[in-house]
Design a protein around this ligand. Structure first.
Ligand code: F6P
Length: 559
């Protein structure tokens, strides 16, 4: 008898609709039982027993090659994970996102970063309006402005060309363009530099403006809400810095805004004609392809930006249409679930073997942790399973000489994504060969380790052997691409975005809100007044009160 029934999220079985806790679902329990059977599996044995493993456990899409064969999985594990994804309604949910349904339930919003990359002529409707037309209208304005700055048609107030663009923004309004600017250095305009002002620490303002001529500097005040205090304080300080050198009238030539909040932009004193808009259905951490990428577009040009969008789109189309079994973001997401929920892995290491991708770990940190760091499911019920992992990382090979010791011989399981490129755009091909030899060697060493027998055969003294054994069976994904181009970068970002989505659907959480960041902001606003004495001391615990008093006392001594 068929005990399936249809839900908004797809097909479910009786006793496992979305009111049933995830851990009680049959597919979840099957994975639990399977984990007990395979948790001590040996990758050496798995490869020895299956000569086709590497070929079967690899997939390619949108210019990215993913080798996931060095994971602690069997074909049965993968089958069970795909069953779970289907039962949780991943396919239906994915289509709902691409259709513009309001899948961000707690904020009652559509989630349409994919519309930012949709080609002209596509229709995606929100409240009856084709948002793809709006997207391309803004892209056209951004393109015209970027060209004007690049070609020196747009001049500063004193008639000088712009040499430095400073993006003032934080979180999703900084990490994407910053990461991408560093990643795409070979594509950037030779006479223009992009800098990023995010932290409220005055030391950052000092460093970012050091050596600059205000007459050659353009500020992009980038904030989805235009209410983020750090950004607004930095923007005001930047305005004062500009006005002190060039006068009040200069603001119009040296400040533009990126925001969804036209009123607040006008209130700040930036002409809305110099504002580049986006929409509430773009989450901050998913916004690089929107006007948030304006600084990047100025740096790499509209054509480079179009290539980036094409890369995103390639992965979007793959995610939407490929069967789950060959779908890169789905595979990556499900492997993350396997380690996070069944092996109790607490973290995920992002290890780009590319100096230009040095900021990728920071970018993926926000993407994963702000999206999936949630303690309740979509119905508000506390989850009894782990959600998003802690993401961290550094570029290889630097990391090899610092923390890889723990990856190889520590007591914790740390799933790693190793990302590399077959061709360097920096020249020096022999450097690239050595770099990539290290990436491939690390994946091999982590998977297969070095046994006591091998050490003995190599002549290592018996008492040394326990210290030198590397147990192996440490999981990695290897992601390779031809070169780090705008197109490849777009595909890589979309790969991670959709893997985060996949995991959020499995966990049944809202991956698109971020209520957890609010409380600290509210308290900081209150405490700020107490630190300066502008407001009387409020009700706090003993520790908080002592910290405030200590700071005030030090501050008074410094005055
Ligand atoms: O505080 C977190 C956050 O809201 C992020 O989600 C967002 O990317 C960042 O702050 C910046 O917000 P905004 O673009 O509105 O200034």
């Amino acid at each position: 008898m068929d005990d399936r029934f249809e839900t908004a999220g797809g097909w479910a079985r009786k006793g496992q609709d979305h009111d049933t806790p995830l851990t009680a679902w049959a597919q979840w329990r099957a994975l639990k039982a399977h984990h007990r059977a395979v948790k001590d599996m040996s990758l050496r044995a798995a490869f020895a027993q299956d000569v086709g493993r590497a070929e079967r456990m690899s997939a390619e899409a949108a210019g990215l090659y993913l080798d996931y064969s060095k994971n602690l999985v069997t074909p049965e594990t993968l089958g069970l994970l795909f069953d779970l994804a289907r039962a949780r309604g991943l396919e239906a949910r994915r289509e709902a996102m691409f259709r513009g349904e309001r899948i961000n339930r707690t904020e009652d919003r559509a989630v349409l970063h994919v519309a930012l990359r949709a080609p002209v002529g596509t229709a995606i409707r929100v409240d009856g309006r084709n948002v793809v037309e709006d997207v391309h209208a803004v892209l056209a304005r951004m393109g015209a402005f970027a060209e004007a700055v690049r070609s020196r048609a747009w001049l500063g107030a004193s008639g000088k060309p712009i040499r430095t663009v400073i993006n003032i923004g934080i979180g999703g309004s900084a990490l994407g363009p910053e990461m991408a600017y560093h990643a795409l250095r070979p594509d950037t305009h030779p006479d223009l530099t992009l800098r990023f002002l995010a932290n409220i620490d005055g030391a950052e303002f000092r460093d970012v403006t050091a050596g600059l001529d205000p007459g050659e500097t353009l500020f992009i005040v980038c904030s989805k809400t235009f209410t983020t205090e750090e950004t607004l304080v930095n923007a005001r300080t930047a305005r004062d810095w500009c006005v002190a050198a060039l006068g009040e009238k200069a603001v119009a030539r040296h400040f533009v805004a990126v925001s969804t909040n036209r009123e607040a932009v006008a209130h700040f004193g930036i002409d809305p004609a110099h504002m580049f808009g986006f929409w509430d259905w773009v989450g901050g951490r998913y916004s690089l392809a929107s006007a948030v990428g304006l600084g990047l577009m100025i740096a790499i040009g509209p054509e480079g930006f179009a290539e980036l969008l094409a890369g995103f789109r390639g992965m979007d189309e793959h995610f939407l249409s490929a069967p789950l079994e060959t779908n890169l973001p789905v595979i990556l997401g499900l492997l993350g679930i396997w380690y996070n929920n069944f092996f109790d892995a607490q973290t995920l290491a992002i290890l780009p073997y590319a100096h230009d991708l040095a900021r990728l770990p920071a970018y993926v940190e926000q993407l994963v942790m702000e999206s999936n760091g949630k303690h309740v499911d979509e119905s508000g019920r506390a989850v009894d399973y782990e959600t998003g992992p802690i993401v961290w990382g550094e570029p290889g090979v630097d990391g090899q000489h610092s923390f890889y010791q723990l990856l190889h011989q520590g007591t914790k399981i740390v799933p790693c994504d190793l990302i590399g490129f077959c061709r360097s755009r920096a020249g020096l091909p022999h450097h690239q060969d050595l770099l990539m030899a290290n990436l491939i060697a690390q994946a091999e060493a982590l998977a297969f380790g070095r046994s006591a027998e091998e050490l003995t055969q190599a002549g290592v003294a018996g008492e040394q052997i326990p210290f030198r054994v590397c147990t192996g069976n440490r999981p990695t994904n290897v992601i390779l691409a031809e070169a780090l181009t705008p197109r490849t970068l777009g595909a890589l970002i979309a790969l991670y975005e959709h893997s985060v989505f996949t995991q959020g659907v499995i966990w049944g959480i809202d991956s698109f809100d971020q209520w957890g960041v609010e409380l600290g902001k509210v308290l900081a606003r209150r405490i700020q007044g107490e630190l300066t004495g502008a407001t009387p001391e409020g009700a706090h615990d003993d520790s908080t009160r002592a910290l405030i008093r200590y700071y005030r006392a030090c501050r008074a001594r410094g005055d």
